[in-house]
Ligand binder design. Structure first.
Ligand SMILES: [Zn+2]
Length: 198
């Protein structure tokens, strides 16, 4: 049987990966084949998340597979993948909700993160067409999480310094990690997810 390959999801506990995860991604200017390849890689990496980091994901940003471009993918409840290129978000109203998030790049860490309940996003698709849409609740949270990635920001930045960043398994995690036990009310993003939590 042929070995299936997929782009490696960068993880915070690897110092080289961390440098990239902390970088600000560049706007996409070329909407050619290269962008479509990045999109495919994002989709494959997101689908392979349970194999790689032991969690399912709802969203993934290019920086998480080492590509510093402003694009991320979100997997929606209806079974579709949508790609968001050069996204710009604005809150609609000022209501914020705090809920627990995880991140595929920081496995086994959950942080309560306040997010706007409702946002407006302007973005481009893979062809460069521009869209404006409103999201609320769970997907508004996913999108805010992914946009943070494009700016080098991570869920641990929202913690009050009480998150144990030293994963006990550290770099010696076995190659077939078990998923963490689901936690009540948890909405792990990048979004690792036990996704019916919302
Ligand atoms: Zn994430």
């Amino acid at each position: 049987m042929r070995k299936i390959s997929y782009p490696r999801i960068l993880v915070y506990h690897n110092l080289q990966d961390r440098k990239l995860l902390r970088s600000v991604s560049e706007p996409v200017v070329d909407f050619g084949d290269n962008l479509k390849q990045i999109a495919d890689q994002l989709k494959i990496a997101l689908l392979s998340a349970p194999l790689q980091v032991g969690m399912e994901g709802v969203g993934l940003s290019a920086v998480q597979i080492g590509i510093l471009k402003r694009i991320f993918v979100v997997f929606f409840d209806d079974g579709t993948f949508r790609f968001f290129v050069n996204p710009k978000i604005k809150p609609v109203g000022d209501e914020k909700i705090t809920d627990t998030e995880g991140c595929l790049s920081i496995p086994d860490v959950l942080v309560p993160v306040p997010r706007y309940e409702k946002i407006k996003i302007t973005y481009q698709d893979l062809e460069g067409n521009t869209y404006k849409e409103i999201y609320k609740g769970f997907y508004a949270r996913v999108i805010q999480h992914e946009v943070d990635h494009l700016d080098g920001k991570l869920i641990i930045d929202y913690s009050q310094g009480n998150v144990n960043l030293v994963n006990k398994k550290g770099d010696q995690r076995d190659s077939n990690p078990r998923p963490p036990a689901p936690q009540a009310g948890a909405l792990p993003l990048s979004y690792g997810h036990h996704r019916k939590a919302s």
